[in-house]
Design a protein around this ligand. Sequence first.
Ligand code: UDP
Length: 397
Amino acid sequence: MKPKTPSGLPVSREEIRPIYPVHGLPASQELALKTRPAHGLHVLITGGAGFIGSNLAEYHLHKGDKVHVVDDLSTGALSNVEAFLSHPHFRFSQADILVWDDLNKAVTWADRIYHMAAVVGVHKVLAEPIHCLSTNIAGCERVLRAASANGWKPQIVIPSTAEVYGEAHTSGGALPSEAVDFTGFREDAELVVGSTAIKRWNYPVSKITNEAMGLSYGQAFGMEVLVARLFNSVGPRQTGRYGMVLPRFVKQAVAGEPITVYGDGTQTRSFCDVRDTVALLDALASELGNAGEIINVGNNREISIHALARLVKELAQSASPIAFVPYRVAYGEGNVETYRRKPDLTKLLAHTAYRHQWTLEATVQDLIERERANMEDARLVAWRPDDARVFQECMVS
Ligand code: UDP
């Protein structure tokens, strides 16, 4: 009988290449012989049932690679990977990365690891500050340690975040000046985060630690480690539950509810479609020369949050009012707002030939259509017998 996940869904088939032995040699010699294939890469994605992780899984399956996702489903959702469970090249393990028994086997199997397992999202980070630090720091080290422990060294992509740019352009640091032409955060900038007494900084502190750890393990053990500083990815499967702005605006606009702009809406962000994000990560990791680099990954088109609300409202042809909510009401105490967040992409564009395929308008339009389809599905599922009778009567008349 196939094993079941707690939700009763079958775990995918074990048709991924058996781990070892491959050539019938002792494991230590097998590892020495192992080489990274050009096609049919073995991809391990920790946190692969989350937003970016599940898009990475989809991307690599589509490319013909084999994908193993491990996720404890704390912020990720089984529904994000449900469509892949029956794929012969997909495997899912529900486990906490801090205690996962099969980690050593999985990293030995992997040609590439995307370590996406992390506590993210402003609301979640403020609500669970210790969980954020322990999962993000100890989880990352556990993966690096396992990967460094034997002869075969998989590539490792460590996702970092624009949040590491810290206090620059925040309400706690230097405020933006309209007169200053902001070309974006550069990878070689000094990183200055705020006081550790403010919970909000736990997230960038954890990610700066991940960066330093990843690069140090890479140097010490001769591993290919790439640090990607991700800037506001948006797209399918992103949930607004933990505060992310675009899925919230789309849901509100489609439902005809007020679109909640925090602050006065003049703060800006630069949004990158997740389908570009994952293609960029793959393109960067595929270039051997990028190992040991820290590279911004995102899109550099800047838009104010008020303008984003107007764009969503317009494309959804929604009658929703735009409501301004004070930051204090939105986040409570302990938050520090970043007024401008834009990547300098000079390094990214020099390190890969991939170019963005998605405009913000196309992404927003796509998300509106998906939200409408979801609402329609939910409406059908919510049918009661009474509804069926009404429907029959409609058909008759
Ligand atoms: N935001 C907003 N309304 C919401 C959720 C978020 O105006 O319902 C704002 C938030 O204050 C921030 C921006 O949108 O200025 C982006 O928020 P998000 O949490 O998506 O990303 P981050 O702040 O981490 O860049």
